[in-house]
Design a protein around this ligand. Sequence first.
Ligand SMILES: Cc1cc2nc3c(=O)[nH]c(=O)nc-3n(C[C@H](O)[C@H](O)[C@H](O)COP(=O)(O)OP(=O)(O)OC[C@H]3O[C@@H](n4cnc5c(N)ncnc54)[C@H](O)[C@@H]3O)c2cc1C
Length: 463
Amino acid sequence: MTNLAIIGGGAAGAAVFGALLARDVDDTVHWVAGDAAPAGHGVAYSTQEEHHLLNVRASGMGLYLDADEDFAAFSAQQRAGAKPTDFLPRRLFGHYVESQLRKRMHAAGQRQRDFRVHARQACSIRPTSQGYTITLDDGTALTAQRVVLALGALDARPLRTVTATALDSGVYVMDPWTLTSQPLSPRRLTVIGTGLTAVDTLISASKRWPDAELIAVSRHGLLPFTHPELPITPFPHQAEINASLLDCNGPAQVLATIRGVFAAHQDIDWRSVIDGLRPINAKLWQGFDARQRRQFLRHVRWIWESSRHRLAPESAETLQQLRDEGRLHIHSARVLAVDGKGPLSITLRSRATQRITRMESDVVVQATGLDTAVAFAKSPLLAKLLKSGLVVADPLQLGLLAQADGRLIGENGDVHHSLYAIGSLLRGNLWECTAMPEIREAADKLATLLATAHPEPSPLINA
Ligand SMILES: Cc1cc2nc3c(=O)[nH]c(=O)nc-3n(C[C@H](O)[C@H](O)[C@H](O)COP(=O)(O)OP(=O)(O)OC[C@H]3O[C@@H](n4cnc5c(N)ncnc54)[C@H](O)[C@@H]3O)c2cc1C
């Protein structure tokens, strides 16, 4: 009998754990779920704020590919009137994840499956002649022959333009999710970033401090686009479009082809075409060479993220209302410096005029989105893994070098058959791998691979 270990207590870890419990294998499954939040909630579904909404309709959310109960049915039972087309509060999805895990653990227990959930952090993974030794932060050592890293979003790093004085001021907030629980009383609050996290931060701040002026700054000053109230009809020619996109050479051609489709079909909702790219997103990214990937990151990423990861209509309405009332201002500018002890002084260079201006803000919140630069991560586990050469950072700092199925690649270029990743660590290979529709599919494939693969003898580094 062998051991499997999953490290990371977010929804991706939960999806792999649940999928493994449903399979008939003899292995003991260890889930090292951390102690930051209830197992399975992770960063996205720990929020208790009712207005932090899912950006996927209830019908599209789910934990397992072979769900025992789908999220739409669960929500309808929990809330009168909840519909499959609704964008529901994220905390409700957190409850769903917990309930699905409970069911799987109960069923697995009845089938005498051996599994353990550890509410601890993993500090190191060391290859040995038995497989891997995983050391937890209470000193416990686990042995596993196959290990999955489901570490999710890395802790944000301060922008280089923020001085040490500002960082120590107590009014430069690095973790947006802790903002409203802090004893602050800003008259002006500035959010750096205009993506989905920034939107949630602005809405929370508007409720917590109804008299505060809110400012959001990003280079393009572009908020995410909005989902339509009801699902859109799929674009009838999507299959042909996708085939021609796969023949494109690089992001510039891809963009030109998509623009051509919009120009030729002005009567359609552009969002249907973007949504219809989902099955080929990873293939498109994999078709780009290193130079084209850099081009995408520099020139296309901002518009792609806003178009692809859209806002729930209710959140968009709240933002519009704040703007109409003059409480929220969006700036398209580069942040050149943040300094001071509070109020903080922010130096901006306007994108439109290149003019440099300064303003003061009582509180500044950094909400610059997903960080995948593992080489700079604070995680001791990742630092040790990288140092040992067992894993390698993606050259564009998009997670770790890996195969599309999650198998990680070591320093010597060899593909591991016993060390895997899921979720944002795979951005370098897959690009789109962080939302539940992709995660549950990846978790299911990974569980099948783990349940059938015969582990390689692990490389005996430091053994
Ligand atoms: C604010 C927000 C809203 C989102 N909304 C949606 C949505 O509406 N729909 C959707 O489909 N997707 C959404 N997403 C995408 C989201 O990333 C995925 O749905 C999913 O939650 C990702 O889960 P994860 O487990 O990969 O990452 P995470 O949620 O980041 O979880 C990883 C966990 O691993 C833990 N961990 C890290 N290192 C260790 C260690 N060494 N030992 C033990 N534990 C460790 C972390 O503490 C964390 O709890 C959202 C993301 C965010 C950030």
